[in-house]
Design a protein around this ligand. Structure first.
Ligand code: SF4
Length: 219
């Protein structure tokens, strides 16, 4: 049962029944601590959407296995946790119209973030925190449409940082993240960390982001 629930459409104090009936393809919803980037260490409820328009070789998400959930079902899951921070992640969450889900969450005071590959523009006012993780190093011909945000977080696989010269101007915080591959040995992952650390030391406008949740063995 929702804490404060449906009402007449058009009344700003109640949910629009049309929003609550909208369905999304959801891989999983879970409560954890953000392990990477600027908001690392802050507990969040992660809503992982199915489907992605890219196929990165290091991707660790089975975004092709999902179930259809209505907004009312998603709210029911999110409200189980004592946590007011939500991250839309994926897959690529921006392949969806997120307004029907965002509206009832905003009404309940949630802080809304997105982790997106940037290939779809984020509507103005939809979110409180925009983290764009472009994959230009893999897909140089795929245009990044979302060119502003709070955080630019790039997986470092040896690409020249000059490919971000234009894009980085639109973001408040710049992060480089080593490519952590759980199928690789500790030595190989350590080498990747060391190389990325060296690049950050030479380019101090970028900060090092580590996927600390993976070290801790949590989601
Ligand atoms: S953009 Fe993200 S979710 Fe999509 S394939 Fe690449 S790493 Fe996976």
């Amino acid at each position: 049962m929702l804490a404060d629930s449906c009402g007449r459409a058009g009344d700003e104090h109640v949910d629009d029944p049309a929003d609550l009936a909208v369905s999304y393809n959801i891989v999983e919803i879970f409560h954890s601590v953000q392990g990477e980037g600027f908001r690392s260490g802050i507990p969040h409820v992660f809503i992982r959407f199915g489907r992605c328009n890219l196929r990165c070789e290091w991707c660790d998400t089975d975004f092709d296995t999902y179930q259809e959930m209505s907004v009312i079902d998603i709210l029911g899951e999110v409200l189980k946790f004592d946590c007011k921070n939500v991250i839309f992640t994926g897959g690529e969450p921006m392949l969806n119209d997120l307004w029907p889900l965002a509206r009832p969450l905003k009404r309940r005071g949630f802080h809304l973030s997105v982790e997106s590959n940037g290939t779809v523009e984020v509507p103005e006012g939809l979110l409180d925190w925009i983290c764009i993780s472009p994959k230009d190093q893999m897909y140089p011909k795929v245009a990044i449409k979302q060119r502003t945000g709070d955080e630019l977080k790039c997986v470092y696989v040896g690409q020249p940082l000059s490919i971000y010269d234009e894009l980085k101007a639109g973001f408040d915080h710049l992060f480089l993240q080593p490519c952590y591959d759980e199928h690789e040995s500790v030595e190989n992952n350590g080498r990747s960390f060391g190389i990325t650390e060296g690049v950050v030391k030479e380019n101090p406008e970028w900060r090092l982001s580590l996927q600390t949740h993976k070290w801790m063995g949590i989601l």
